[in-house]
Ligand binder design. Sequence first.
Ligand SMILES: [Zn+2]
Length: 107
Amino acid sequence: MSAEDDRPRDHDGCGDDHVITAGCPLDCLAPQLSAMAFGPLRHELPWLLKRPVTVGDVVQMYLRRQLKHVRHLGPRRIGEIELVLTLAGLIAPPYDPPGTAHASRLS
Ligand SMILES: [Zn+2]
């Protein structure tokens, strides 16, 4: 009996250094987030979505500004999630890097 081909098609496990993609299960974010930020996602999203949650679902909810509707997630936790998604390259940085805010490119 061989288990070689039993791995999920789009995900071959979560090593310490593996790249987080939108196809990863939510659990892949666990090492990246504090328990205060990850806990509400893990408890509320499967219930809200009625199916297993992926990292892509979190990205979509972030982009639609729906994370604030998740119970126990405040602006600070959402900011933490935003940072992790940004560092993973899943969303674009929401603001210009420091130092560019006053550059007047409109004139
Ligand atoms: Zn993963």
